[in-house]
Design a protein around this ligand. Structure first.
Ligand SMILES: [Zn+2]
Length: 439
């Protein structure tokens, strides 16, 4: 380090309010000593000097969660379990070697690197698996994360694991990869919407929060069983959530053990960009392979409509579409629920995919509701008037489909959320022409 740089660093440190009672010569001597021994950045040198010389205000305060540590903190206390430790010499600038312990520690809120610069002070306690309290550490920055450092005043003692925060860490994951990972998961996402709800769990009324989270790869529904004070449009890092299937979709669940960190809004694109459907070719869907794609858009022809389309009857227990009154799981069922759907094949020239159009999309495309079709059952000998209508009016036409792709035990399926008929519906057109002429 250049002389002028050292001098300006000494000036800077001497001007800090914490150092107002410390003689300048002492600051100078300490800085020179550190520069001579260690290869540190100016900000790291400042931390070491402050830690050594500034009056200790708060010795051994309450431990801070590792997720709340920032680079440049002093006299803080932390606790954690040692995940890994290496004991080895560190080469000093003057060619000498110094023994230090380096490792990784977690308190369930975060994993951070630590360096014990004076291991001889703590013989035999810093080992893999040990749960320790570190009083009076200081932090520096290493690869964008805070690093824990010990100094002469640091005290390290063993503590019980029960004293660590009762939270969990998760596997870092992008939303599109949710189906393939084991929970718990950790994800960074923008809060697209959040809504407070009251639900009954047994006899108890519970408040929960539901909404949508999005990242660059997709969006996902979430449920929070605790108020994390989530605000629309903020970017958060959710640690230790678990996932479940909700309405045939993967969903993220936040509970008492989940923690939420606020991130800078610039970490993710704006909501409008995150929510825009991604146009894909059916070929791309298969190339993507196993997994789940949310919010994608395809354009193609409905080339086939399966017989299990139109009015269908679902098992009241499991929701499976019945085949001649039989459920695959429950056999002959007494109770069933009537639904309207299309199960068909869509082809865009690059490939073909099974697409499921749910009731609301069918009603929009056909202009008739489930009730309308139920009242037509049996008229003119037609058992499934909705299927007849679908074959007549939608089969062979081109559609723009928005939805999600899921790959499961029934193969790859496009679950339609919204559909637009790209061709003029001749019958509807003719009817509206006629009505115009009548006017
Ligand atoms: Zn069933």
């Amino acid at each position: 380090m250049q002389k002028e740089k050292i001098a300006s660093l000494i000036d800077e440190i001497a001007r800090m309010p914490e150092m107002k009672d410390v003689p300048r010569e002492q600051i100078e001597a300490t800085v020179n000593e550190i520069v001579g021994k260690l290869s540190l950045q100016p900000n790291e040198i400042r931390e070491v000097v402050l830690n050594r010389l500034a009056p200790q205000k708060e010795i051994g305060g309450e431990p801070v969660n590792l997720s709340r540590l920032r680079a440049g903190m002093r006299n803080v206390s932390v606790m954690g379990k040692i995940l890994f430790v290496s004991d080895g010499p560190l080469k000093m600038k003057d060619g000498s070697e110094k023994r230090v312990l380096k490792g990784l520690i977690t308190d369930n809120t975060k994993k951070l690197n630590f360096v014990v610069w004076n291991p001889e002070k703590y013989p035999g306690i810093i080992e893999k698996g040990a749960v320790l309290s570190f009083k009076n550490i200081y932090t520096t920055e290493w690869q964008g994360e805070p690093q824990i450092n010990t100094s002469e005043v640091t005290e390290i003692t063993s503590v019980s694991e029960d004293q660590l925060p009762n939270v969990r860490l998760g596997t870092p994951v992008k939303i599109k990869d949710l189906p393939g990972v084991r929970f718990p998961v950790t994800l960074s996402a923008r809060v697209i919407s959040v809504e407070k709800k009251t639900v009954k769990v047994g006899d108890e009324e519970k408040i929960l929060f539901t909404g949508i989270l999005a990242d660059e790869t997709g969006h996902v529904h979430f449920t929070a069983w605790k108020d994390f004070n989530l605000k629309e449009d903020e970017v958060v890092k959710i640690n230790g959530a678990y996932k479940k299937i909700w309405k045939d979709m993967h969903s993220v669940v936040l509970d008492e053990k989940t923690t939420v960190e606020r991130l800078d809004s610039s970490k993710l694109p704006p909501a409008t960009q995150l929510l825009a459907p991604k146009e894909v070719l059916i070929e791309d869907i298969y190339e993507e392979g196993e997994g789940f794609m949310s919010n994608v858009q395809i354009e193609g022809f409905l080339i086939e409509v399966k017989e299990t389309s139109g009015l269908v009857y679902r098992c009241a227990d499991c929701g499976m579409v019945l085949d001649k009154g039989m459920c695959k799981t429950h056999g002959k069922v007494k109770e069933s629920r009537t639904d309207l759907r299309i199960k068909g094949v869509v082809d865009d020239g690059t490939g073909a995919i099974i697409a499921i159009f749910p009731q609301e999309v069918c009603e929009k495309l056909l202009g008739k509701g489930v009730g309308d079709y139920i009242s037509l059952v049996g008229k003119n000998g037609v058992v499934n008037p909705a299927l007849w209508d679908i074959n007549e009016r939608l089969l062979g036409r081109a559609f723009n489909l928005r939805g999600n792709v899921s790959t499961g035990e029934f193969g790859t399926t496009f679950l339609v959320k919204d559909a637009q008929n790209l061709q003029i519906d001749c019958k509807a057109e003719a009817e509206s022409l006629l009505s115009e002429m009548e006017v």
